[in-house]
Unconditional design. Structure first.
Lengths: 60, 145
């Protein structure tokens, strides 16, 4: 059966609730749990006009 | 924890994996199981001139026979594994809708289903029952591959 569970979290209250369920499931299955949270790439998280501010100066 | 598991199967080899995974989980969690197989409406499969070559009576008989074979196999497995298992054949309904409907009516707290892993045009044309179930389900879904 399942021995390694991967649990994902984004810091939301729904995520916390899910984690509690996943831990309970892991306990019943005697499985190990890895909890992961991911950060999106900076370029996708920052709107285009803001990323321009961070562009390196171009030669004239 | 999960006490009432719904396993969806179409009798395929991959679905067999979902049945096995669902039964394993049910045994460990001491949960009861409902196994469902769904027959699509005849009109969804046969259109136009092809309908003359595949009359509705023949289709219904073939669907009944196929469902009976699938469900008797899973019942046998459940008895062997000592799992409380009910079986259901839903007729004339689209699979994803039927699975969600049964999960709701039977108050299931987990749906176990296989994904055939279709890609590209095949996926676009045939869709994915598993993805539709996952998208619209109100309870957790275990997709087996």
């Amino acid at each position: 059966m399942y021995e390694q569970l991967l649990s994902t979290m984004d810091g939301s209250s729904e995520g916390d609730k899910d984690l509690a369920g996943e831990l309970a499931l892991a306990k019943r299955l005697f499985a190990k749990v890895t909890v992961v949270t991911a950060t999106e790439p900076w370029t996708e998280a920052v709107p285009l006009n803001l990323t321009r501010l961070a562009d390196p100066p171009r030669p004239c | 924890m999960f006490k009432n598991i719904l396993i969806a199967t179409d009798g395929s080899e991959l679905s067999g994996k979902a049945v096995a995974a669902g039964f394993d989980l049910a045994r460990q969690l001491r949960a009861q199981v409902t196994v469902v197989t769904v027959t699509e409406p005849w009109t969804a499969l046969v259109a136009g001139d092809a309908a003359f070559g595949f009359p509705i009576d023949d289709y219904e008989k073939a669907a009944d026979d196929s469902a009976a074979r699938i469900l008797s196999g899973t019942s046998k497995l459940a008895r062997k594994a000592d799992i409380a298992c009910a079986t259901l054949h839903v007729k004339e309904q689209y699979p994803s809708e039927a699975i969600l409907d049964i999960a709701d009516k039977k108050a299931c707290d987990l749906i176990v289903i296989a994904s055939h892993g279709r890609r590209g045009l095949e996926r676009l044309l045939l869709g994915s029952v598993a993805v539709k179930v996952l998208t619209h389900s109100r309870v957790p879904v275990l997709i087996c591959r």
